[in-house]
Design a protein around this ligand. Structure first.
Ligand code: GLY
Ligand code: MN
Ligand code: MN
Length: 438
């Protein structure tokens, strides 16, 4: 039976092969299984590029795309069926399943790859491959090419060029199709639900780990996984950008910063919300919060076709600097504070990144020396923040341990952007109301 994404995978393969041209072959390996400790593995997650082109979920597999090959352009090497192993590890598609369920024109046991693949590479001028990700696999490509070189005197034609596959493929991945946008919308919705659940659950005395458990439960309930290890940081921990101990008790009067997103059918969401543990912002927390929120809105307004990648960041920098001056944490003329980067003391990261199958998704941010221009179908995060650790010189104590980030996922549309994660409020009053009702 055809699954909804089958045609999409096929379309991507056709598009890539059109770009490659007839004298080329593309070779991609599945992600290896990874050991966590001793003989225990991490949960298996397919390689993003491999998934993008095949939808095939098993390890120990290789895809070859060979445009114009009369016997079939889409060749897969996969694990053979094995009744004994399948009792332990679950069902395998096998070569037959790769043809029937995954639309391979031709499929072989992965154990036969050394005999078959050099013959497929032979007489293709260019090999498209992503070097430097899986070192063992790079070596195997070299050995297949060497097999052909050794046979050159008997008339074999080794390839003449290696081309970086990621350059082409990652540009394709930057533009999301309608179906991809639907999956990302769903991913954003599930993650937003988890943040709402965390807000309702949070109260003084509960622990960061308990809040994290609520979030992970909400993801799991919708058959989604985490798209990265969540950050759940109360009080001083809200100022630690990559905090992930998530094991401290939550205190009245503190803020809680949660950066957590899910992966739904391979598509990531990435949301940050910051809210008061007790359900009410202090005046200082609210003042800083509203500066970050204004910066996020200023950045949203710059996400539209024709604008370039750096415009939302520049808008956020301006709004944050202005706000910090108004609150009294920065002093001086606005333009020189911006020019000298005075805001970096409190806002030290950038305002976003591409989002897709990877949470920090692929795609160039610059083309040559110029920032990338937004086009419909691109998806990014917008995540300004202000962090004021305890002991910050010249900052009144009431502002210490205020770490605030507000992060949403947006898709560029024809005339602006669509926020994919608006299922959880950002407005300070709305957050207080939601928490009071819990
Ligand atoms: N959660 C990772 C990030 O916000 O970029
Ligand atoms: Mn992010
Ligand atoms: Mn994030």
């Amino acid at each position: 039976m055809k699954k909804p994404m089958d045609e999409e995978f096929a379309r991507r393969r056709r598009q890539l092969m059109r770009i490659m041209g007839r004298d080329a072959i593309a070779i991609l390996p599945a992600a290896p299984m990874r050991t966590r400790n001793n003989d225990v593995h991490y949960g298996y997650r397919q390689d993003s590029d491999f998934h993008y082109l095949s939808g095939f979920p098993e390890p120990e597999a290789v895809v070859a795309l060979i445009p114009g090959r009369p016997q079939g352009e889409y060749v897969m090497f996969v694990r053979e069926r094995n009744a004994e192993r399948e009792i332990w590890d679950g069902k395998r598609a096998g070569p037959e399943g790769a043809r029937r369920q995954y639309a391979a024109d031709d499929a072989f046991p992965i154990t036969d790859i050394d005999e078959i693949l050099p013959g497929l590479i032979e007489s293709r001028t260019r090999v498209y491959h992503t070097m430097g990700v899986y070192h063992d696999f790079d070596q195997r490509i070299v050995s297949w090419v060497n097999t052909l070189r050794a046979q050159a005197r008997s008339g074999a034609h080794p390839p003449q060029e290696f081309v970086s596959l990621d350059h082409v493929l990652h540009d394709m991945r930057l533009y999301k199709s309608r179906r991809e946008l639907a999956l990302m919308r769903r991913s954003g919705q599930i993650a937003a639900g988890a943040h709402v659940r965390a807000m309702k659950f949070c109260r003084p005395g509960r622990g960061e780990h308990e809040v994290m458990a609520e979030i992970v439960h909400e993801f799991g309930r919708h058959a989604a996984d985490t798209s990265y290890y969540p950050i759940v940081g109360g009080g001083a921990n809200s100022c630690v950008l990559h905090y992930n101990d998530n094991n401290q008790p939550l205190k009245a009067g503190d803020l809680l910063l949660i950066d957590a997103g899910c992966e739904h059918e391979y598509y990531a969401s990435d949301i940050t919300r910051t809210f008061p543990v007790s359900g009410r912002f202090t005046p200082e927390q609210r003042a800083v919060y509203n500066v970050v929120l204004a910066a996020q809105h200023a950045a949203f307004a710059k996400v539209k076709p024709g604008n370039h990648w750096d415009e939302p960041h520049n808008a956020a920098v301006r709004a944050i600097t202005q706000g910090l001056v108004r609150i009294g944490l920065l002093k001086g003329p606005l333009n020189s504070l911006i020019r000298d980067g005075a805001y970096k003391r409190f806002f030290m990261h950038r305002t976003g990144h591409w989002l897709g199958i990877d949470v920090h998704d692929v795609g160039d941010y610059k083309v040559g020396d110029e920032w990338r221009i937004f086009e419909p179908g691109m998806v990014l995060t917008v995540e300004p923040g202000i962090y004021i650790p305890a002991g910050s010189k010249g900052v009144p104590k009431a502002f210490w341990n205020i770490g605030i980030r507000i992060e949403d996922d947006v898709a560029v549309t024809r005339n602006g952007c669509e926020v994919l994660t608006d299922g959880v409020p950002t407005d300070a009053d709305a957050i207080e109301k939601l928490m009071a009702a819990a």
